[in-house]
Every structure is written in structure tokens, then in C-alpha cells.
Design a protein around this ligand. Structure first.
Ligand code: S3P
Length: 176
């Protein structure tokens, strides 16, 4: 049986759009940690950041992830900073095969800033902030992922298919 598939990656990599398609391909249910947080809090992610700050957001993020322990048959898309806490990384590895959806730096920046709503980019120099955070996190994504898909030149459907191929290949660590 196909294990859960966990999607990690930086803002703009397409985790939500591609993840939905991947769920369609696999028959898995689609879950998104940002959606779970917004539901639990009854307000949007930008509102939570603006009124409570990042530390509060990270606590709720950790809590909603903990609530997914033991879930089966899901594609779980995660917020770009969820991997920052080591205990979250551990949980992701137990939950399922971990796929890093990545893209060229400029492509990520262009996609992430299209909507202009990302709370961490509300700075004087969003471009510098973006690349600084990306550089800080690359090694963490590399460490936690079972495999990586570069979506720079892929459509959402092609990226979803590559993720499925990778999950079938790497999912063997779940065959006990
Ligand atoms: C964040 C990424 C966002 C969201 C929050 C913090 C981050 O999710 O969880 O704004 O720290 O990179 P996306 O990766 O879906 O943009």
C-alpha cells in the first residue's frame, strides 16, 4: 500500500497546488498544515502572524502536526518553516515518505511573491529576506527529505507524477 506522502519545501514551490493533484492521482486525502492552523484558530495565517507573532504560530503549527500522528492515506503539505523544529522533522519521517518539492531560486521568488500575502516577506527588502531564509533552510530540507523533485520546468501535473514515482520508489522504508 502507498504510504502517506509528506511535502516539504520553501514558499512558492507549489506544495498546495501540486499536492492536491498528487492526492487526485493516489486517491489519498489532501491535508495542508496552514489550512489546519487557520481552521483551528478561526483566522487566516497573516492575521495570526500580525496579532500573535511567529512564535505563537510555530506552537500552533507543532500542535496541528502532532494531531496527525497515526493518520493514514494522506498527502500532507507543510508550511515552509515547519521543518525548523527538530521534533517536527522526526514526526514527518514517521508519518510518511518525505518529498522535497524544490525549484530554481528565482522561480521560487517569483511564485512566492505573486500573491504578496506571505507574512514573513512583509519587510523592507522582501527579496533579501526571501533568499536569506531560503539559504538558512536548504540544508534542513535536504536532511529530512527522502527525495527531491525540481519543479522549475514541470507543470503541476508533471510534478505530481514525479512525486508519485519518487514515493513509490522510496516508500519501501514503510514496508515492515
Ligand atoms: C512559512 C511558510 C508559509 C506559512 C507561514 C510561514 C515559512 O507556508 O506556513 O507563512 O516559514 O516559510 P507556505 O510554505 O505554504 O508558503
Amino acid at each position: 500500500m502507498l504510504p502517506n506522502i509528506v511535502l516539504i519545501g520553501f514558499m512558492g514551490c507549489g506544495k498546495s497546488s501540486v499536492g492536491r493533484r498528487l492526492a487526485g492521482l493516489t486517491g489519498h486525502r489532501f491535508l495542508d498544515t496552514d489550512d489546519l492552523i487557520a481552521q483551528a484558530e478561526g483566522r487566516s495565517i497573516p492575521e495570526i502572524f500580525a496579532t500573535e507573532g511567529e512564535a505563537y504560530f510555530r506552537d500552533v503549527e507543532h500542535r496541528v502536526l502532532s494531531e496527525q500522528v497515526g493518520v493514514c492515506g494522506v498527502v500532507l503539505s507543510t508550511g515552509g518553516g515547519l521543518v525548523l523544529r527538530p521534533e517536527n522533522r522526526e514526526m514527518l519521517r514517521r508519518l510518511g515518505v518525505v518529498a522535497w518539492l524544490d525549484a530554481d531560486r528565482e522561480a521560487l521568488f517569483e511564485r512566492a511573491t505573486r500573491t504578496g500575502k506571505r507574512p514573513l516577506l512583509q519587510t523592507d527588502d522582501p527579496r533579501a529576506t526571501f533568499f536569506h531564509l531560503l539559504d538558512e533552510r536548504l540544508s534542513v530540507y535536504r536532511e529530512v527529505a527522502d527525495f527531491r523533485v525540481d519543479s522549475t520546468n514541470l507543470s503541476h501535473d508533471e510534478a505530481a507524477q514525479s512525486l508519485l514515482d519518487g514515493a513509490l520508489r522510496e516508500g519501501r522504508r514503510f514496508e515492515y
